[in-house]
Design a protein around this ligand. Sequence first.
Ligand code: UDP
Length: 494
Amino acid sequence: MASTAQSHDPLHVFFFPFMSPGHLIPMIDIARLFASHGAKATILATPQNITRFQTILNRDQHANNDNNNIIDLLVLDFPYSEANLPENCENLDTLPSRNLSYNFTKAIMMLQPQAQQLVQQHQPDAIISDLNFPWTAEIARNCGIPRLVFHGTCCFSLCLNSCASQYKPHATVSSDTELFLVPGLPHPVYITMSQMPDRFFGNLGLHEFFEKFIEAERDTYGVVSNTFYEIEPEYVKHYEKLVGKKVWPVGPVSLFNTKALDIAERGNRASIDKDQVLTWLDSKKPNSVLYVCFGSLCNFSKSQLLEIGLGLESSKASFIWVIRDSYGDWFLPEGFEERVRDRALVIKGWAPQVLILNHSAVGGFMTHCGWNSVLESVTAGVPLITWPLFAEQFYNENFVLNRLGVGAEIGVKTGLAWGEEENIGVLVTRDRVEEVVTWLMGESEAVQGMRNRVSELSKLAMAAISKGGSSYVNMGLLIEDLLNLRRDRLSKSE
Ligand code: UDP
């Protein structure tokens, strides 16, 4: 495709965010970051997903009517019926059953022709694509433009994944739970087979698609990452070495949201008014509230929820507990809400997570270790209670505990397949929940040390994204790099 771009036009980038909150949310922020650096960003998304971020984009547009902050939207029609999915089910968090994951991925694959047509029509200078859209590599190749990939996790976990696949250290262990060393990493890192992400996908029949993801990565110009250099310098450099491509850490991208309304509406419409949460938090002492949320995809069994609730109750700590709205009316223990009325806020549905984490009353986060949650917590200077479930969450836990030293583990050792958590019953008892919560929310020297470390990291995160900081500079370098590629292309086509 011969580009019609002129050398003085702003850089134009197409963004393909994957339809799962943990991927969609940071990529929308990355697109906004690009636009704030003078590039033109076009986000390609399906109608239901667009409703999740449209108001934030509208506010950006109003705040910058000098045309220096250009974000366009292009609609992709989601092929429900062809993929046998329920109408309007356009995001993994609305999938009625995990058994439909195959259909969902099939629908993603079917988007290629529409996307190809839009790229040909609008002729962007580059594509930034989630790894879950492998066909963007083919489109970029056909159109002669670079494709960059976004994985949604940290470089530590990407390195671990890459070295485990390359050296296969698990091939010689005798059980799922035997610890083994992963070779080829900057530090000694031990994991077990049951903590490897393969298990997460094991029951979903998606292997044919993964081959395509790996193939697409070979054909990719570089990696854009929601991390910051100072939090994992060895692993940013090491990942570059492992994949032989440039990595641009541009995070933590949550910090790009500075207005209270943007922070509160990030990712979805919150099911509680932001002022209600803030008023509640204002009434609590600094560092006295534990925030409990397991991300956007985990569906614990009701018996596990019961144990969490009763453990939180006996801990005597104040807490905000987020429970996904898929549980309907039931789940709370008899009389629970009454008994914890003065020290608990239960949010049923979507919580304004970043708003909560950044309140000075919040002093701990019990999390499933999704990378966004980990990074948002560290950025807010909040230590973690780590309770990984699946995907690369055990790797992220390893990073939090052993590299950063800012978390206490709940103690789960075995990874699950996605969906298994609904039926497996109790993984962690109320007594263990009480014990770890009481420890983290206490005042021991060890906890104080953890608070100091996470607060230092928080300062580094703020500095990274501020003008002149590493992530800010990386964003400028990335734009410059892509402009240079365009210049080369234009001069060749003359
Ligand atoms: N999130 C939120 N409110 C919720 C649940 C999740 O704002 O009630 C956001 C959270 O801030 C994070 C993302 O959703 O940005 C979840 O991503 P993560 O990588 O932590 O976990 P995943 O949901 O992908 O497992």
